[in-house]
Design a protein around this ligand. Sequence first.
Ligand code: PRP
Ligand code: URA
Length: 209
Amino acid sequence: MAQIHVMDHPLILHKLSLMRDRQTGVKEFREATREIAMLMCYEATRDLPLKEINIETPLAHAKARVISGKKIAFVPILRAGLGMIDGMLELIPAAKVGHLGLYRDPDTLKPVEYYAKLPVDIAERDVIVIDPMVATGGSAAEAISALKKRGVKHIKLMCLLSTQEGLDVVQKEHPDVEIFTAAIDPELNEHGYIVPGLGDAGDRIFGTK
Ligand code: PRP
Ligand code: URA
């Protein structure tokens, strides 16, 4: 079973608390989403392979290590995953970006795919799926399945908030997928919202409520 990393770094927790606060407006919410995504991206890419190159410093010849041209793609789940993409691209600007559109049916809470646009060589890339919320886990699990169907072999999942039951669903369906989450909240309410959570991430990022 791949690992679940709870990224409870003080900077991340501080920014997450800002996001949880109902008084926080769209601008600050967006900024915190972007900043946490960047901090989490740093950790989620810790295993990127390096190669050695020869360079000249102002003082001497030196061997130096650089990232060895690994092919990476980020796949945000629309809509809320979009809020995290800019922060990640700031760290890895050459990454390709695919989009998967899923919404939760409000009655069944089951994810419904409505859009998919992925890099043509997605099967050869290491993919990080991005979605701030893993509530029932249905959307994340479905997104990962959609990528596996297209031949993707190495997938990580990055979210901000999750529940243990949502993580269990993802892990049961996809035991090979490493998961990065900033916090695991205690429960879901009857509408499938994470409690205490931060509300509807898409609505808060885009100001639609
Ligand atoms: C939210 C969120 C996740 C999903 C999580 O999306 O962004 O994708 O719910 O819930 P789950 O783990 O129970 O599947 P939503 O359907 O609200 O769409 P939106 O991002 O367009 O607002
Ligand atoms: N989607 C959200 O945006 N928030 C939740 O709490 C659950 C699903």
